[in-house]
Design a protein around this ligand. Structure first.
Ligand code: SF4
Length: 480
């Protein structure tokens, strides 16, 4: 999972791109990068958060009124600075590209590009093959008649050759800004315009900060090209079978974002309301409801008000510690839980506490939190999860790739309860998840539209066993 941004404006773009990346920082903290154009390309990228990578001095060099940027959350490759985005090529034009997602035919594509097409890739980032395929496909068009049609034919070539999840923003030197979303629209991508300025971003929160007030989603299988004169060209290149990631609403996206017409905060409130029915069904009688900060807070508040039980901030988060889901290695994750969360003893002591969290992946983090609340004096600790059990690897960009890592893989809910050492455990149901996220209003997304593969193994793009085996091998190698 990563955050991407692109800007075509009349003002200096460098600082604004960096500000936009700050709003997307929750989507990746491994590296950050920005490329701007003032007739020449200017690039700054490095490992670390946005605040680590950019400073006054290097921002001065990012001159120009257009550019692209990315914050990375690595799912493939060693996570070195060579993999930081943006990437660029010089033929047939200067093209800089950023992406969010995961290419599932990466190895085949890399082999094809290097052995058949004699291109040389310099990293393990999967935006590099996308960029090279796009450049090749553009080169096959009549470049003397370059226009939106040439760009769209090249994107069609990407759709034909690149499998998996990819939301892409690209700057084509002196020609314009392009964005496209794979035919399943697995990862979010939004487009905004104000006067004669244009922006693309992974989440609408970036636009709030940059002063864009109206936006629309780039649709699954759609490409949007803003040419250098500011004319907007949109084309639905594939019929589009929308299957956006449902986990964005549960955990990953910021609550103040709107993705595919659905407010993330509203979806989380509905998840809490649905979960309340499950909690009541299990006859838990907590004295107090405590959200595990931050993503479960909205669901915990609606769950508490539905059940008429007090909500208390019994766990306080140190906001300067990175999100545990993003951190690699169990030891780092365990240490991070204690660094990240601290109990408020006065709100827990002598009480039956219902903790609300968004997911259980490996079970170790939940066990640490349950124990922390018990150590703070809670009489009983119940756990309610706003999503159903995670059982299958995500191949579309979220770091939970190997099947063996899921505590729910071959356990019942009762067995998971024993692993996390809670007094009771209740999960959201699958219908509860999809209906809560889709919401009650008419929407182009029906409950059946979402990707829910990590819960039920139903992969919208289809995934071979060979790919799973390869991902597991690579992941083990990189995490050693
Ligand atoms: Fe999202 Fe899960 Fe699908 Fe991955 S597998 S894209 S996390 S819903």
């Amino acid at each position: 999972m990563c955050g991407v941004i692109g800007l075509l404006t009349r003002r200096e773009a460098g600082t604004r791109l960096v500000e936009g990346l700050l709003a997307l920082q929750h989507r990746g903290q491994d590296s950050a990068g920005v490329l701007t154009s003032d007739g020449a390309f200017h690039l700054k990228k490095g490992n670390g958060t946005v605040a680590h990578v950019f400073n006054e001095k290097n921002l001065e060099r990012l001159t120009g009124t257009s550019g692209v940027g990315q914050v990375r959350y690595p799912t493939i490759g060693p996570g070195s600075v060579e993999d930081a985005q943006p990437f660029s090529v010089n033929s047939p034009f200067g093209i800089a590209m950023v992406h969010n997602g995961n290419v599932t035919n990466y190895s085949d594509l890399r082999r094809e590009l290097e052995c058949t097409d004699f291109r040389q890739l310099t990293s393990f980032s999967d935006v590099e093959p996308i960029l090279n395929v796009f450049a090749e496909e553009l080169d096959r068009t009549d470049l003397r008649a370059f226009g939106p049609a040439s760009v769209f034919r090249a994107v069609e070539g990407v759709f034909r050759r690149v499998k998996g999840a990819y939301s892409v923003v690209a700057l084509i030197h002196k020609r314009g800004l392009l964005a496209f979303r794979d035919p399943h629209g697995l990862r979010p991508l939004v487009f905004a315009r104000a006067d004669n300025e244009f922006a693309f971003a992974s989440e609408s929160v970036a636009f709030d900060l940059l002063g864009f007030h109206r936006f629309s989603d780039v649709k699954a299988g759609e490409a949007v090209f803003v040419d250098s004169r500011g004319a907007v060209h949109r084309e639905q290149l594939r019929p589009g079978k929308p299957s956006p990631c449902i986990f964005e609403y549960v955990y990953f996206a910021r609550p103040d974002s709107v993705i595919d017409g659905i407010g993330v905060y509203d979806a989380r409130l509905r998840l809490g309301e649905r979960l309340a029915a499950e909690v009541a069904h299990h006859e838990m009688k907590p004295d107090v409801i405590v959200p595990v900060p931050d993503t479960a807070r909205a669901a915990a508040s609606s769950l508490a008000s539905t059940l008429g039980i007090e909500l208390r901030e019994g766990l306080i988060k140190n906001r300067y510690i990175a999100r545990t889901f993003i951190m690699h290695g169990q030891e780092r994750r365990s240490l991070s839980v204690r660094q990240k969360l601290n109990p408020v003893r006065s709100q827990l002591e002598g009480k039956d506490v219902l903790l609300v969290d968004d997911s259980i992946v490996r079970g170790t983090t939940s066990r640490e939190i349950v124990q922390m609340v018990r150590d703070a004096g809670a009489r009983k600790v119940f756990l309610a999860i706003t999503a159903p059990p995670l059982r299958c690897p995500c191949v579309y960009g979220i770091d939970m790739m190997t099947r063996g890592e899921f505590v729910a893989k071959d356990r019942t809910v009762e067995q998971i309860r024993r692993v996390v050492r809670a007094d009771a455990l209740v999960y959201q149901t699958y219908p509860g998840l999809v209906e809560a996220v889709a919401g009650p209003r008419p929407s182009s997304l029906t409950p059946r539209s979402f990707c829910t593969a990590c819960f039920n193994g139903d992969y919208p793009t289809g995934v071979t066993q060979r790919y799973f085996a390869q991902m597991e091998r690579e992941r083990r190698r990189w995490l050693k």
